[in-house]
Design a protein around this ligand. Structure first.
Ligand code: NAD
Ligand code: DAU
Length: 357
């Protein structure tokens, strides 16, 4: 792993991963390939912008010519593919972009990797790897009492987002099987932590609570997600790149499954504790139950025995400490937040998603 291309490196997990790589590996070159959609934000990487090991390319993963030349010019041996449309609610209101980016974009990345890495007669360049970052949502939804998902659980995606990610996972697998493209896939649960775009549950709740705005809980709030601190996720991906077996998939999860309402209440309690004189204490009174997400998956739970047994990974963060750190991160980065929230695109999305609920 010398020259790594990170797609979607200006997004939430991608930017955390670039920070992680540059901190962990000294002898590495990292290329961030990102189209800077509404979710892409170079402010998240301002501290590494001048690092000689880091290079940014403003490019779309659907642009085959640009991807081809990025791989060649930068002599890329490792692709870590994060770039995607990632928000389930947006996929319900506008699914087309999800098919284009997540399915066709991944297809384009695979074609470019195949063209650059696999020469005549199927001969491979040395030590190359396509790592695909996927989600637990490909497995669908669990009923009470059903066991956690393993790497063998059949796919049953429910939202257009989940279906587009499932489709991209299948393409990666097929390129490994048919063309011998070296690959690994990780399917991980809900991430939280620094630099998360403020349209996802945890930052929405923190930022609304600070301003005394309603805290929107979809449906009855008893949906269950498996919450993973983004730094634990980055560590797991790094380990899979180093030691993961070619052609393998690994589940990654946070080993905790609270109901959404519990997450929201915990954030309220944290704010009450660290800002006891704030105008909106107790923050729980701001909670508002709103119309549910169509087709809302009820419960997720990841079985992470494989990555723990094979690679020795386990999450380091407890949810309680991780949430406290995350609240403090948002409190201490008001400029980062304000720059996003002042954009018309952001305001338009928040209106479109919440006004009719
Ligand atoms: P994000 O929405 O915060 O960031 C996505 C990034 O991809 C942005 O920087 C955006 O500009 C870029 N991008 C989008 N379309 C692009 C295109 N056509 N070409 C190039 N760049 C493009 O997403 P995230 O939350 O950081 O998620 C990253 C990956 O992890 C995604 O593949 C997502 O499916 C997966 N994932 C996310 C979570 C989570 O909880 N956030 C959990 C499991 C899996
Ligand atoms: O499970 C992994 C997935 O987690 C990733 O693949 C996705 O990219 C990522 O966005 C995330 O999807 P979710 O739909 O679970 O994340 P979100 O933060 O949008 O919602 C988390 C839960 O909270 C979900 O059950 C919906 C609910 N919710 C969300 C919002 C934005 C609310 O109750 N109120 C809200 O305002």
């Amino acid at each position: 792993m010398k020259n790594v291309l990170v797609t979607g490196g200006a997004g939430f997990i991608g930017s955390n991963f670039i920070h992680y790589l540059l901190q962990t590996e000294s002898d590495i070159k990292v290329v961030n390939y990102d189209a800077l959609t509404y979710a892409g934000n170079l402010d998240s990487l301002a501290d590494v912008a001048d690092d000689p090991r880091y290079h940014f390319i403003h490019g779309n993963i659907c642009d085959e010519a640009q991807v081809n030349s990025a791989l060649k010019e930068r002599q890329i041996d490792t692709i870590v593919h994060f770039a995607a449309e990632s928000h389930v609610d947006r996929s319900i209101l506008g699914p087309r972009q999800f098919i284009e980016t997540n399915v066709l974009g991944t297809f384009t990345m695979l074609e470019a990797a195949r063209a650059y890495w696999i020469k005549e007669k199927g001969q491979l360049l040395d030590r190359v790897r396509f790592h695909h970052v996927s989600t637990d949502e490909v497995f669908g939804s669990l009923k009470p009492g059903e066991p956690a998902w393993t790497e063998q659980t059949p796919y049953a995606p429910n939202s257009p987002y989940a279906a587009s990610k499932a489709s991209s996972d299948h393409l990666v697998r097929a390129y490994g099987h048919t063309y011998g493209l070296p690959y690994t896939i990780t399917n991980c649960s809900n991430n939280y932590g620094p630099y998360q775009f403020p349209e996802k549950l945890i930052p929405v709740i923190i930022l609304n609570a600070l301003e005394g705005k309603p805290l929107p809980v979809y449906g009855d709030g008893q949906q269950i997600r498996d919450w993973l601190h983004v730094e634990d996720h980055c560590e797991a991906i790094h380990l899979v790149l180093k030691k993961g077996e070619n052609g393998s998939t690994y589940n990654i999860g946070g080993e905790n499954q609270p109901a959404n309402l519990t997450i929201v209440e915990t954030i309220c309690d944290i704010l009450d504790e660290i800002q006891p004189n704030a105008a909106y204490v107790p923050h729980r009174r701001l909670i508002q139950f709103v119309t549910d997400r169509p087709g809302h998956d009820r419960r997720y739970d990841m079985d992470t025995h494989k990555i723990s047994a094979e690679l020795g990974w386990r999450p380091r963060h407890t949810l309680k400490q991780g949430l406290l750190d995350t609240v403090q991160w948002y409190l201490s980065h008001p400029e980062w937040v304000a720059a996003i929230r002042q954009k018309q695109e952001y305001k338009g999305w928040m209106d479109a998603n919440y006004k009719s609920r």
